[in-house]
Design a protein around this ligand. Structure first.
Ligand code: ZN
Length: 403
């Protein structure tokens, strides 16, 4: 099916719509922690627009656990890093295990965060075009989270730049401690000065990690949240622009739906709750999650998540995205996750889309500086074009299926 204007022109015209939605969410409404009044205002904004465009909107209650004040696995990791260097002479196994502990730390932390008991309530929003009164599951679900993260307790951009490389730097310290311990275990005479210097670096890194973890406990009255222009007003804005465009098109498939989730930041609670209530969709519905698609100059599709027994995303969707955008690049998430992971874990054909620079998320990630001025319109255009071509290819297929 070919239509006028061309897809690149359509994408160009939709950039302004996406930017308007990003501005409303990140600037007019502002930080949107799960369960907050601001998040509800955002869901009202989405409902109003989607209903007006002809979508059937359902808001489904979600129980979630708010973001914890500290992260236990990271505190344990900090303690191990702090003592391993000093103990390398007597208990070398602590130092030898350290790099591997730091490697699995983000994954362990995610499991810990997701295992907490829900104590608060919020809602997801599902929107479907309802031209036929059909009640079968959609074949494609486009998803983005609405909530924003707690902001890091750092105000100084230089410190935030260091923070954005924290795990990289700590991993290097851990390997240095590992090397010193290994040399000692082999019976080499390692200079005391070198042992102390390496142990000191480890302790310094541990102090930095622990201080960041514990600061919300000390300053809990000053907790602030990120405005989340990139994370994830960008994903929501792009999906709204596409939803409006689809609604205007005659004959477009009814089988595309939009899901806007809550409490992604605190442990994917919105997506996991939605999955529990729509388990039968796993056989029929492909899921594409957009999260942080407004910064940087590379567009990525997630292929794996985690270090130990990594989750794999859908190969069919990977192919479909490469077909839609030959310059899209693969990404293996080792530090972070997203709603797509909850869908993959539950057996859905799902994938995540994300943009960024060479080192992916930049220093504004989860800070008070994730504001509208950091959004790159060129990247929005590329994401819009990629999703529009994906949808075009999808509706062209006679069986209208991506899986
Ligand atoms: Zn996000």
């Amino acid at each position: 099916m070919s239509s006028l204007p061309s897809i690149p022109e359509k994408a160009e015209s939709l950039v302004v719509c996406a930017q308007t939605h990003i501005q409303v969410l990140a600037e007019k409404i502002g930080p949107r922690p799960a369960g907050s009044v601001a998040e509800r205002q955002s869901m009202d904004y989405l409902s109003g627009l989607l209903s007006q465009w002809g979508y059937r909107v359902q808001r489904e209650g979600v129980a979630f656990a708010p973001t914890p004040l500290y992260n236990l696995p990271y505190l344990i990791g900090a303690a191990a890093l702090g003592v391993a260097g000093w103990m390398s002479t007597f208990f070398p196994w602590v130092a030898l295990a350290l790099p591997f502990l730091l490697m699995v730390l983000p994954q362990w932390s995610r499991q810990w965060v997701q295992s907490r008991k829900p104590t608060s309530c919020s809602e997801n929003l599902l929107a479907e075009l309802d031209r036929s009164g059909r009640s079968s599951p959609p074949s494609l679900l486009l998803c983005a989270h609405v909530d924003t993260a707690r902001a890091l307790p750092l105000r100084e951009p230089r410190l935030l730049r260091i923070y954005s490389r924290t795990m990289d730097i700590l991993q290097r310290f851990a390997w240095m401690i590992f090397a010193v311990a290994l040399l000692q275990a082999w019976g080499w005479q390692v200079a005391q000065g070198l042992i102390y210097a390496v142990a000191g670096l480890g302790s310094l890194g541990a102090f930095w990690l622990a201080a960041l973890q514990l600061s919300p406990l000390v300053r809990s009255e000053e907790l602030s949240y990120s405005p989340g222009a990139n994370d994830n007003a960008s994903g929501v804005g792009v999906l709204l622009a596409i939803a409006e465009q689809l609604a205007e098109r005659e004959g477009v498939s009814n089988s595309i739906a939009f899901l806007f989730t809550t409490a992604e930041e605190g442990g994917l609670y919105g997506a996991r709750d939605f999955i529990c209530n729509h388990l039968d969709w796993a056989r029929t519905t492909a899921v594409v999650c957009l999260d942080m698609v407004g910064q940087g100059d590379h567009l990525y599709y997630v292929v794996k998540e985690g270090v130990f027994k990594p989750l794999q995303t859908s190969l069919d969707l990977q192919n479909a995205l490469r077909q839609a955008n030959p310059s899209i690049q693969p990404l293996w998430h080792t530090l972070r996750s997203g709603d797509y992971a909850a869908f993959c874990q539950a057996g859905f054909h799902a994938i995540g889309l994300e943009s960024g620079g060479k080192s992916l998320a930049d220093w504004r990630y989860h800070s008070i500086y994730d504001t509208v001025d950091g959004i790159n319109p060129q990247m929005l255009r590329e994401v819009l074009q990629t999703v529009l071509i994906l949808l075009e290819n999808y509706t062209e297929k006679s069986n209208a299926s991506l899986i």
